[in-house]
Design a protein. Structure first.
Length: 374
């Protein structure tokens, strides 16, 4: 790829050497460009200020991708991860003050004596030395059941610099998603140092005789693998996997119950029977959208760029099972239309880049992809 340096010092990604794929969309054509390849189960990516990509591979490696598509050697300092089933090294995000503090956060399946749990660590990135320094775990789930499924986990900073962490129900422990003394099946909000914000909804509340965990922001989630802030309101949106149907897109409000496993559109695997009490209840937040059959959503981004002006304000969701990119048109906080862009690969992460384009992680072939105007 050719590389152009702007006066700002930000790197611009040039055209790809590999053959592009042209996608026909409802509003014109788009070009799917291969930026980098050779990755092993890539899970998440974040853009550094100089234009390089920091990305994670689920087996437990973190790498940098240069603007010419060169993939670095693995970074030193990544802690041991439980790389089994769906577990491993998961999301990564830059501190809101990364330009001065060089701090990143990342989530991972943390091995324990009895199993594993989703955890979040903070570290200082030395990009030139390919190293993480001062690695500190700032949050770990308070339960560590056995099993290798449903870890979550996306990381999103709110406008005040507090960190949302999405946490799975760990599959076999799904009833704990309704228990406020448990971190399973929850979204939590913490400070960059792991502290609990004083305005979290359950700081002073108890669940029967068991103390509510103060980190909890919302509960009743199954396996949230996509989350992003609404650029207009600053509210958190998230989507989660359902079983045999019932993938949900939700606007995540403080203290609210999102139903799992009591209220769901999903059905039991194999036998196909209904789960829980039904699909609606007065005290449960209904989804903005549900997918049945399941598309297996992963990764999500609100689009605010200029490369595709016709898509401004749309929400993009990657899909693993259906191997597509869903474009959701929003009006008044509601989904009014869905277009499915057939990528033909398992899309693990979706981000808007500093170039105003959409960037995707292709889990199937271990590639970084970019969607350009055609």
């Amino acid at each position: 790829m050719s590389l152009v340096a702007l006066a700002t010092g930000v790197l611009v990604w040039g055209p790809a050497a590999a053959a592009d794929v042209v996608l026909r969309t409802e509003s014109g054509q788009a070009r799917l460009v291969e930026v980098a390849r050779g990755l092993d189960t890539p899970w998440a990516m974040a853009f550094l200020p100089d234009g390089r990509l920091l990305l994670t591979e689920r087996p437990g490696r973190m790498r940098l991708v240069a603007a010419d598509g060169t993939v670095s050697e693995p970074l030193a300092g990544v802690p041991e991860v439980h790389a089994r089933g769906q577990g491993g090294l998961l999301d990564v995000a830059l501190s809101p003050h990364f330009a001065t503090d060089r701090t990143i956060v990342f989530s991972f399946a943390q091995p324990t004596a009895s199993g594993a749990r989703t955890a979040v660590a903070r570290a200082r990135l030395d990009a030139e030395a390919l190293r993480l320094d001062d690695v500190t775990v700032i949050f770990s789930q308070n339960e560590d059941p056995s099993g290798n499924h449903h870890w979550g986990s996306r990381l999103v900073f709110d406008r005040e610099g507090r960190l949302f962490v999405t946490l799975g129900d760990r599959f076999h422990s799904r009833d704990r998603a309704q228990a406020l003394d448990s971190h399973l099946g929850k979204i939590v909000r913490i400070g960059l140092d792991g502290s609990v914000p004083g305005d979290n909804p359950f700081v002073r509340q108890a669940d029967g005789d068991a103390k509510a965990q103060p980190e909890i922001w919302s509960y009743g989630h199954r396996n949230v693998q996509g989350a992003a802030l609404d650029p207009l309101t600053g509210e958190l949106w998230a989507h989660e996997h359902g079983p045999q149907g019932g993938d949900e897109l939700n606007r995540v409000l403080p203290g609210r119950n999102y139903g799992w496993p009591v209220i769901t559109f999903g059905r039991e695997y194999v036998i196909g029977t209904r789960i829980g009490e039904g699909t609606a209840r007065a005290d449960v937040e209904p989804p903005l959208k549900q997918w049945t059959p399941s598309i297996a959503p992963s990764g999500m981004a609100f689009y605010t760029g200029d490369a595709f002006p016709q898509w401004k304000g749309n929400l993009f969701v990657g899909a693993l099972k259906f191997q597509l990119l869903a474009r959701l048109v929003l009006e008044g906080g509601k989904v009014v239309h869905e277009e499915r862009l057939d990528i033909g690969k398992r899309i693990r992460d979706v981000r808007q880049g500093p170039d105003g384009r959409l960037w995707l992680l292709d889990e199937s072939d271990g590639r970084v992809l970019r969607l350009d105007p055609a």
